[in-house]
Design a protein around this ligand. Structure first.
Ligand code: ADP
Ligand code: ADP
Length: 232
């Protein structure tokens, strides 16, 4: 689970100071899919980067998987980050590496032996439905297939939490639905907690259990999607 308590993030100092997050308190229960909805500039990227401490909050508490992230030492933080997978709008695949090599990358970083990596890569590809592309290069894949590789890589170290940074924003509506359905399926099968940020209400309606609406760095609404949003 993820808990933000009174999180404030200020960029710059003096007259240039800007509160990208202003007193943000939110709770993502274990095993749920939680959407943060907001327009460009609302603070969504800052919020997601504060979960794994790619940005350090100016003040407030960030608890992930029971650990206060802001008080971890650098080696503890590296370990904690392995329990937090992340997927991106533009996939962030390495173009010179095959699908298998991209997925194995985080396993290499943690020093897993090659034989174990090979087994794990096959499991992960099967999980995301892309076993036939194991030796392909990213340039040979469609957008949806690239995101499946991104998801497999994010899950390589068996994280309990998955962060999604506008993961379907570069995809057409049909591919978006198939990726969202995959995320829902993984959420259920792996009991994965998912925090996703998006500017699209349709994404929230399609898969989120809970939503927080962010405006100018503040949470203006938070609750169950079924209670907050009128479905057609
Ligand atoms: P969103 O993801 O919702 O578009 P961001 O978190 O990227 O919002 O940005 C929130 C606000 O913080 C914006 O006004 C943006 O210009 C500002 N901001 C984001 N990152 C930085 C940074 N590294 N330095 C200064 N200002 C930033
Ligand atoms: P960069 O410096 O561009 O972030 P890195 O060499 O750190 O590149 O990582 C390459 C890619 O592998 C990045 O897209 C990164 O998101 C991904 N990656 C690295 N470590 C992990 C991990 N533990 N879990 C999932 N993806 C990871």
């Amino acid at each position: 689970m993820i808990r933000f308590q009174n999180v404030r993030k200020v960029y710059g100092t003096g007259e240039q100071a800007l509160a990208a997050l202003d007193d943000v308190t939110l709770h993502v229960p274990e095993g749920e899919i939680f959407g943060v909805l907001g327009q460009s500039g609302a603070g969504k990227s800052t919020l997601i980067r504060c979960v794994n401490l790619l940005e350090r909050p100016t003040s407030g508490s960030v608890v992930v998987n029971g650990q206060e992230m802001t008080s971890l030492s650098p080696p503890e933080l590296r370990k904690a980050r392995q329990q937090i997978g992340i997927i991106f709008q533009h996939f962030n695949l390495l173009r010179s590496r095959t699908v298998a090599e991209n997925i194995a990358f985080p396993l290499e970083v943690v020093g897993q032996p090659k034989a174990q990596r090979d087994t794990r890569v096959k499991e992960l590809l099967s999980l995301v439905g892309l076993s036939d592309k194991i030796n392909a290069y990213p340039s040979q894949l469609s957008g949806g297939q690239k995101q499946r590789v991104g998801i497999a890589r994010a899950l390589a170290c068996e994280p309990k939490v998955l962060l999604s940074d506008e993961a379907t924003s570069a995809l057409d509506p049909q591919t978006t639905r198939s990726i969202l359905d995959l995320l829902r399926d993984l959420n259920r099968r792996l009991k994965l907690t998912v925090l996703l940020i998006t500017h699209e209400m349709t994404v929230v309606k399609h898969i989120c259990d809970r939503v927080a609406v962010l405006r100018a760095g503040r949470v203006v609404e938070q609750g169950l999607v079924d209670e907050l949003i009128v479905r057609p």
